[in-house]
Each structure stands twice: as C-alpha cells, then as structure tokens.
Design a protein around this ligand. Structure first.
Ligand code: DC
Length: 223
C-alpha cells in the first residue's frame, strides 16, 4: 500500500509556486508544505530580536531556540504565535534571502522539512526541494515566469494585503533576491536535473495545476 507521492515544487519568487502547489495538494488530498514560510518566520524573529540577517552563527543559535510550525499550509506558527500575516511584510521579504544563506540555518530547516515529508503524500514548495530536501521525490517541478510578470503578481499580492509599494522598485528587489538565492553557496536555487520545467507566463492557475496533475498520474512521472 502506498501513502502517496512526494512532489517537489521549486522556482524563483512569485513564479506561482504557492498557489499552484496548494491547489495541487488539495486536488490530490496531500499535505502542502510551504518551506519559504519557515525561513520567513525565522527572519521575522531575527528582526524582532535584533539579530543581524547577515550573522550566520547568531542566526543558527536563534534557529535552535525557535519552534516553527507550518500548519496545513495555511498558518505559520512561531513559538506559539500565529505569524502568517507578519511573515509576508516587505521588511521580512527584504531580509529573508540573507537569513536563508546561513548554512547552519539551512541544515536545521532541511532536517525539519524532511521529517514533514516523511511517508509521502506531500507537495513541498521551495527553492531546493528537488535538489536537496527531497532528492528522491517522485515528481519534481520547477516553475518559472518572466520577471515582469512575477513582479506584477507580487505587487498585486502586496496591494491586496494593504501595502503600497512601487512596482519598479519591487521588480529590482525581486531580481536581487533571485540572484542571492541562485548564487549562494549552500543549496542554491537551481532546477534539479530531473525536474520538469514549467513556464507559467501568461497562463492561468487552473491551466498550470492541470498540467502538473496530468504529470502526477501513475506512469507519467520520471521515476
Ligand atoms: O518562497 P518565499 O518567497 O516565501 O521564500 C522566502 C525566501 O526563503 C526566499 O528568498 C529563499 C528562501 N528559501 C530557501 O532558501 N529555501 C527554500 N526551500 C524556501 C525558501
């Protein structure tokens, strides 16, 4: 008897990963895990505690003393507090790539993520899921979209949350974050050799979810 596939969804910021991965999990009856939310929660704590986002040893110590739970992909709880909204702030977004560079932080996060995925029946979304966290995942997807479209999507999301941000500045900030995520030494953002790459530019969510669901049918995978 099998308890379901392990599905990795990676890609740069605002490529559509969260919405698509969440829906995919819903349709398959799987758990959805947003690993970016875990890095964001630690970043929020660092900002609140005055720990510099470019101080790896201090961040690693902070990670050791922080309890982060991602509940059904809907709520992120840090040390017992619901931080689901707070982790989406522009301040957290600006600092998170630096925090995610710290190798000690990554080691702890990867360990926690692997135990969340144990047993299968999971759609896990992030940057290094197919390459590092779940290298043996049953399906690996790498979502991309043009930088213009990704910035426009994130701009809409932030506006919906009540933040006023300049679109051009946001696009530049996201380009910097992608560069930091892709060029860092520990677990950089890069497609796994066996990932299916999906360009979501100009596509609706349902179309992308449908493409991925088709690839999740028995016999349609790469493994
Ligand atoms: O997906 P997101 O924008 O919420 O991710 C926030 C940051 O966390 C992103 O800049 C890179 C980092 N991250 C990571 O390094 N590894 C992951 N598996 C997920 C996110």
């Amino acid at each position: 008897m099998t308890s379901g596939l392990s599905i990795a969804v990676d890609g740069p910021a605002a490529a559509g990963k969260s919405t698509v991965a969440r829906l995919l999990a819903e349709r398959l009856g799987y758990r959805y895990v947003d690993t970016g939310a875990m890095y964001r929660a630690l970043t929020l704590k660092a900002l609140e505690c005055g720990v510099a986002p470019d101080d790896p040893p201090a961040l690693e110590a902070l990670a050791r003393s922080t309890v982060i739970a991602v509940e059904a992909g809907l709520r992120t709880v840090m040390d017992g507090r619901d931080v689901s909204e707070a982790i989406r702030s522009p301040e957290v977004s600006r600092a998170v790539s630096l925090v995610a560079m710290a190798p000690g932080v990554r080691r702890r996060m990867v360990e926690a993520q692997r135990s969340l995925a144990a047993g299968g029946g999971v759609v896990m979304e992030g940057r290094d899921i197919g390459t590092v966290v779940l290298p043996l995942a049953d399906r690996k997807f790498f979502l991309t979209a043009s930088s213009r479209e990704r910035a426009a999507r994130r701009h809409r999301e932030l506006q919906d949350r009540g933040y006023r941000v300049d679109l051009a500045a946001l696009e530049a900030e996201m380009a910097l974050r992608d560069r930091l995520d892709s060029e860092r030494e520990a677990d950089p953002l890069t497609p796994a050799g066996d990932a299916v790459q999906v360009d979501t530019t100009g596509k609706g969510i349902e179309q992308v979810v449908g493409e991925l669901l088709d690839l999740c049918r028995p016999g349609d995978g790469r493994r």
